[in-house]
Design a protein around this ligand. Structure first.
Ligand SMILES: NC(=O)c1ccc[n+]([C@@H]2O[C@H](COP(=O)([O-])OP(=O)(O)OC[C@H]3O[C@@H](n4cnc5c(N)ncnc54)[C@H](OP(=O)(O)O)[C@@H]3O)[C@@H](O)[C@H]2O)c1
Length: 245
C-alpha cells in the first residue's frame, strides 16, 4: 500500500465508484467494500490498470454490525482515510406500514454507520491521523412527507458527523460531512429530477476530493444546495406542512 489509502464503504454505489476513480487518479490506494464481491474485484483490477495504484475488494455488510470489528481488524494495512457512501432511500409508504422496512432504512443510513465509523475513529484516534468522510444528504435538513424515514436517519447521521468532527479535531483527524442534492444514480433512477439541479456522480466525487483536501467541514454538492436549504429551513412550519413536499 502507498502512504495514502482510502477505504470506501458502499463501493458498488455510483458515487462510490466515482470516488474510487477520483482518489486513485490522485495516487491513493483503494479498498473497495460492499456486498457484491465479484463486481468489486473487477472494479479493483480496473482501478489498478487505469491508475497504477493498488486496489482490493472486501465483503462488508453494514447491517451485520456484529462483524464490523473483525472486519476492520482483518485489514492488513489500515487506511489513511475512510468514506461512507452507504445509503438506502427505501420506500417511504412501505416503511410507514411495515416497521421492518422502516428499521432497515434507519439502520442502513444511520446506526450501522455509527457502528463501523466508531471502530475506525478509535483506530484513527490512536494513530493521531486520518480523515473521515460521511455522505449524508440535504434530506436530513428538514423532514418532508415524501421521505422522512430516510431524511430522519440522514439527520441523525449529519448530527453524528458534526459531533465526531468535534471529538476527532483534538486527535488530528479531520471529518467531512457531504450533503448532496440530486445525483443521477441508481438511487434516483426513474425519478423526474430537475436537470439543472442534478449532478453526475463524477462531479460529486470531484467536489468530495477537493473539499477533503482543503479540510472543509461541510460540503454541499452542488454548492447551490447550501442556499436552497437555507431557504427551505426558514419556511415557517405552518406553511411548510401545507406544501406537500
Ligand atoms: N442519488 C442521490 O440523489 C443522492 C442524494 C443525496 C444523498 N445521496 C447519498 O449518496 C450516497 C450514494 O448514493 P447513490 O445515489 O450512489 O446510491 P446507490 O447507488 O443506491 O448506492 C447505495 C450504496 O449503499 C450500499 N448499501 C446499502 N445497504 C448496504 C449494506 N447493508 N451493506 C453495505 N452496503 C450497503 C449499496 O450497496 P448494494 O449494492 O450492496 O446495495 C450501494 O453501494 C448515499 O449515502 C445516498 O444516501 C444520494
Amino acid at each position: 500500500m502507498s502512504p495514502s489509502s482510502l477505504l470506501i464503504l458502499g463501493a458498488t454505489s455510483d458515487v462510490g465508484r466515482a470516488i474510487a476513480h477520483e482518489y486513485a487518479k490522485n495516487g491513493f490506494d483503494i479498498i473497495l467494500t460492499g456486498r457484491h464481491l465479484e463486481e468489486m474485484e473487477k472494479s479493483a483490477k480496473d482501478l489498478e490498470i487505469r491508475h497504477g495504484i493498488k486496489a482490493q475488494a472486501l465483503y462488508f455488510d453494514a447491517l451485520d454490525s456484529a462483524s464490523h470489528q473483525a472486519f476492520y481488524d482483518s485489514l492488513d494495512n489500515k487506511p489513511t482515510g475512510v468514506v461512507s457512501v452507504i445509503g438506502l432511500l427505501g420506500d417511504q409508504e412501505k416503511g410507514f406500514d411495515d416497521f421492518n422496512h422502516a428499521e432497515q432504512i434507519i439502520t442502513t443510513n444511520y446506526t450501522a454507520l455509527v457502528s463501523i465509523l466508531n471502530i475506525i475513529a478509535n483506530d484513527f484516534k490512536a494513530r493521531k491521523s486520518g480523515f473521515m468522510i460521511g455522505v449524508s444528504s440535504v434530506a436530513g435538513e428538514r423532514g418532508r412527507q415524501s421521505n422522512f424515514l430516510y431524511g430522519s436517519a440522514k439527520a441523525g447521521f449529519t448530527a453524528y458527523l458534526s459531533g465526531l468532527r468535534n471529538e476527532m479535531f483534538k486527535h488530528n483527524v479531520h471529518v467531512l460531512t457531504v450533503n448532496p442534492g440530486f445525483i443521477n444514480t441508481s438511487m434516483t433512477e426513474g425519478m423526474d429530477l430537475p436537470k439543472a439541479l442534478t449532478l453526475q456522480p463524477e462531479d460529486v466525487a470531484k467536489d468530495i476530493y477537493n473539499a477533503q483536501q482543503k479540510e472543509r467541514n461541510i460540503c454541499y454538492t452542488g454548492w447551490y444546495w447550501r442556499w436552497i436549504m437555507l431557504i427551505i429551513r426558514t419556511i415557517p412550519e405552518t406553511i411548510f406542512k401545507r406544501l406537500g413536499l
